[in-house]
Design a protein around this ligand. Structure first.
Ligand code: ADP
Length: 456
């Protein structure tokens, strides 16, 4: 087992990894930017190293600084968390070259899944159902028009290197395609440094359902069931739950074993998530695979009792999975609300100093956060400041538990999305499980244009 792990991240996820390491008796190294000197992840790690100025390109994305920090402190592994370098095949390769274990899949698998067009081809070959679309990147207007015609409008143009809902455009008729193709390419180039885009059929009001997997280096691979993440704003998840209400045990078993077989076909190891869209008829279509820990992993942990971060560490250290698929059981229902430092009406970021911070505990409540009273929420990073996760015997109890937790939450000094989450959790359609990716339009109508996400 590792003696010391460096955590190449910040905020709640850095703390989450520290928690797992402490329980496993592993020492930790925090890295931090100049803006995060007083953060909890720095306080709770055994050692800490400043890796640069506040801008993430100068610090949390700075591979040489992170590798130097690992070498100076003698860390034998790096956990990348989510976001930042978590899906960087380059970091995984540099780690390998420096004899530091990267806690995640093999760099080749990260590369394959990081190229969505290639991932689509690989998954199609493995027998995973797919929305019709281009088989690879579309580089010309003619190819794009032909593909869209074959697929049938509406279609969606997506960045091959996409992530965070960026670089996507919905096209409803051929006349709009040339312009939207160019915009999507430009946006992809600006956001990811790669302008390649591909086309797939656009589904109206689908549900987002994803499967969590874990695979060791000895050929054992299991799924931990699914999460529903249909509550999104501009294609960014706001609230997640497990299980997904439309899934029966039979569908879960069928989809689960399909995902396990597909993951085995690409020799997947460590933790991963296979994302699908589900249409009104209950049909599933593969969207993408994320080769990292997800923000919403706690809902799976709550219903399975499996600590995904500890498993990631054990797997990376070469241990065998300690359980079989038949030993993975699902109990009750879990919901996660992401609490962002944002105006709940306009979604404008609301950085600043938190003057009061209190979230009640009680049965079935888990709070993952690095925030506390008198802490500063920096404008430099993602606006998510806390995750409130609840577990109940059934969905109804989980909803009631989430409502009382949100009602009793006090965060003063900055604006947060707590009031918005309360609206969602109190909505009759939400209670009835009538969810889709268009659910949020009732609170903040989508802009009329075809833009799906902030380009910032
Ligand atoms: P990203 O990696 O940028 O998050 P995804 O491919 O995971 O992009 O898609 C994010 C969200 O965009 C989905 O959850 C869904 O709401 C929407 N979306 C993506 N592809 C489609 C599609 N073909 N039809 C309808 N909605 C889609």
């Amino acid at each position: 087992m590792f003696k010391k792990i460096l955590i190449a991240n910040r905020g709640e996820i850095a703390l989450r990894v520290i928690v797992a390491c402490r329980e496993l008796g592993i020492k930790t190294v925090a890295v931090y930017s100049e803006a995060d000197e007083n953060s909890l992840h720095v306080k709770y790690a055994d050692e800490d190293v400043c890796i640069g100025p506040p801008r993430s390109t100068d610090s949390y994305l700075n591979v040489p600084a992170i590798i130097s920090a690992a070498e100076i402190t003698g860390a034998d592994a790096i956990h990348p968390g989510y976001g930042f370098l978590s899906e960087s095949a380059y970091l995984a390769e540099v780690c390998e070259a420096c004899h530091i274990r990267f806690i995640g899949p093999d760099p080749n698998v990260i590369k394959l899944m990081g190229d969505k067009a290639r991932a689509r081809r690989a998954m199609k070959k493995a027998g995973v159902p797919m929305l019709p679309g281009s088989d690879g990147p579309v580089d010309s207007e003619e190819k794009a028009l032909k593909c869209a015609k074959d697929v049938g409008y509406p279609v969606i143009i997506k960045a091959v290197a996409g992530g965070g809902g960026r670089g996507m455009r919905v096209v409803r008729n051929p006349a709009d395609l040339p312009n939207l193709l160019r915009t999507a390419q430009r946006e992809a180039e600006a956001a990811f440094g790669v302008g390649d885009v591909y086309i797939e059929k656009y589904l109206e009001n689908p549900r987002h359902i994803e499967f969590q997997i874990l695979g060791d280096h000895h050929g054992n691979l299991v799924h931990l069931g699914e999460r529903e993440c249909s509550i999104q704003r501009r294609h960014q998840k706001l609230l997640e739950e497990s299980p997904a209400s439309p899934l029966t045990d039979k569908i879960r078993r069928k989809m689960g074993s399909l995902v396990v077989d597909a993951a085995k076909a690409v020799q997947y190891t460590n933790a991963g998530t296979f994302e699908f869209l589900m249409d009104k008829d209950g049909k599933f279509y593969f969207m993408e695979a994320n080769t990292r820990l997800q923000v919403e992993h706690p809902v799976t942990e709550m219903v399975t009792g499996i600590d995904i971060v500890k498993e990631q560490i054990r797997i990376a250290a070469g241990e065998r999975l300690g359980f079989k698929q038949s030993e993975v059981t699902f109990t009750g229902h879990a919901i996660e609300c992401r609490i962002n430092a944002e105006d709940p009406e306009t979604f404008a970021p609301s950085p600043g100093v938190i003057h009061a911070f209190s979230v009640p505990g009680g049965p079935g409540v888990r709070i993952d956060t690095a925030a506390h009273s008198e802490c500063t929420i920096s404008p430099y990073y993602d606006s998510m400041i806390a995750k409130i996760i609840v577990h109940g015997r059934d969905r109804q109890e989980a909803i009631a538990r989430m409502r009382r937790t949100l009602e009793m939450t006090v965060i003063e000094g900055i604006k947060t999305t707590v009031p918005l989450q309360l609206k969602i959790i109190s909505d009759p359609d939400f209670a009835a499980g009538k969810l889709s990716t268009a659910f949020m339009e009732r609170f903040a109508p989508a802009p009329k244009d075809t833009r799906l996400a902030d380009t910032a």
